[in-house]
Design a protein around this ligand. Structure first.
Ligand SMILES: *Cc1c(COP(=O)(O)O)cnc(C)c1O
Length: 354
């Protein structure tokens, strides 16, 4: 399949790179592709960025049959642009699609189309430290129909948004609160999929945490509310007695690409990494006995997000000495340096664009 290109007649002014924020500015072009049962995926095209006309009965608006991804393009000091493990994002998009009964796509083709879009939009990749071009591939159900079933037609699109550094005021620990009233997902559900409903379902707990002065929710498992799952929309790691522990993928946890990168790098450095169940009681006990030295989240947006304080019921505990721990710092520096091409990529994670 050939991607047809229709260039925009106008170009937007480029934003101020020192004040990008997240997810509010979009580039001049986007990628679109359609699916029907008869034709499969067809009409891949790059065209001007703009609103989509949707019939009010469009299935995705009613039943949320949709999946998405999030990754970034990074500008190197020498000017080139590169991606970090992008094929893994399209493979995960396919895994998510399967869970939502959405038609699968050719991940290698999608990556190629993304690279064509990025080549056209290369001037939109910012170059200030910590900035990047955020990439949002999305697939939505497009049948105009109110019955509950899988759609027969889909739209696959990719939009691009220049984003600022995640830590404009420095790499500081966040405060997190364990949710006792709400759960994010259960085994057998769609917690493993990047699908909009999971995020809609997390908003109320997030609001409650914010009201109490906490940045993110620490989610426990949906069955016993005993085992740690994720933090906000990041995976989570604990450093206890020099062991780096992350909850094993259980069916309700999103398999983060950053999570996998943290595990691989730490093992590459000879650290002791374990994927297993970890209960909130174990975390609280490890903190009480002084063995819990670090907690940090992992995700594309932040790379690594250290946790400085945790609230569980009435207990509020400090993590480490309140500053960024050495494991989180080393992982953050190494992953970021690989993403921006500042150091040799020891793991084969980099995909050059231009
Ligand atoms: C996207 C996401 C993550 C992190 O995944 P990365 O591939 O590392 O960006 C973790 N948890 C949830 C719920 C997510 O949506």
């Amino acid at each position: 399949m050939q991607v047809t290109v229709t260039q925009s007649q106008t170009r937007k002014p480029k934003p101020d790179e020192t004040n990008l924020g997240f997810g509010t500015i979009f580039t001049d072009h986007m990628f679109n592709m359609d699916y029907s049962v008869e034709k499969g995926w067809h009409n891949p095209r790059i065209e001007p960025y703009g609103p989509m006309a949707l019939d009010p009965s469009t299935m995705v608006l009613h039943y949320g049959q949709a999946v998405f991804e999030g990754l970034k393009a990074y500008r190197m000091d020498q000017g080139g642009i590169q991606l970090f493990r992008p094929l893994d994002n399209f493979k995960r998009l396919n895994r998510s699609s399967k869970m939502l009964c959405i038609a699968g796509h050719d991940a290698a083709f999608a990556l190629d189309a993304l690279k064509q879009l990025l080549t056209l939009e290369k001037d939109w990749v910012p170059s200030q430290p910590g900035t990047s071009l955020y990439i949002r591939p999305t697939i939505v159900a497009t049948d105009p129909y109110l019955g509950v079933r899988a759609s027969f037609t889909y739209r696959f699109f990719i939009i691009l948004s220049p984003v600022g550094a995640y830590y404009p005021e420095g790499f500081n620990p966040i405060k997190i609160m364990v949710s006792k009233d709400h759960v994010r997902a259960v085994r057998g559900g769609v917690g493993e999929a990047k699908t909009p409903g999971n995020y809609a379902a997390s908003l109320l707990a997030g609001d409650k945490a914010h009201d109490e002065g906490y940045t993110q929710v620490l989610w426990l498992d949906g069955v016993e509310q005993k085992y740690v799952e994720e933090v906000g929309s990041m995976n989570i790691f604990f450093v206890i007695d020099d062991e780096i522990i992350t909850p094993m993928l259980s069916g309700s946890i999103l398999a983060g690409i950053t999570r996998n990168s943290v595990i691989q790098l730490a093992e590459h450095w000879g650290m002791n990494v374990t994927e297993r169940k970890i209960s909130i009681d174990e975390v609280m006990q490890a903190q009480a006995s002084g063995k819990l030295t670090e907690i940090f989240g992992s995700g594309t947006a932040a790379v690594v997000s250290p946790v400085g304080e945790l609230k569980y019921g009435d207990q509020v505990i400090p993590i480490g000495d309140g500053s960024v721990g050495p494991v989180a710092q080393r992982l953050f520096d190494a992953i970021q340096d690989i993403q921006y091409g500042k150091i040799e990529d020891p793991m084969g994670w980099i995909e050059p664009v231009i």
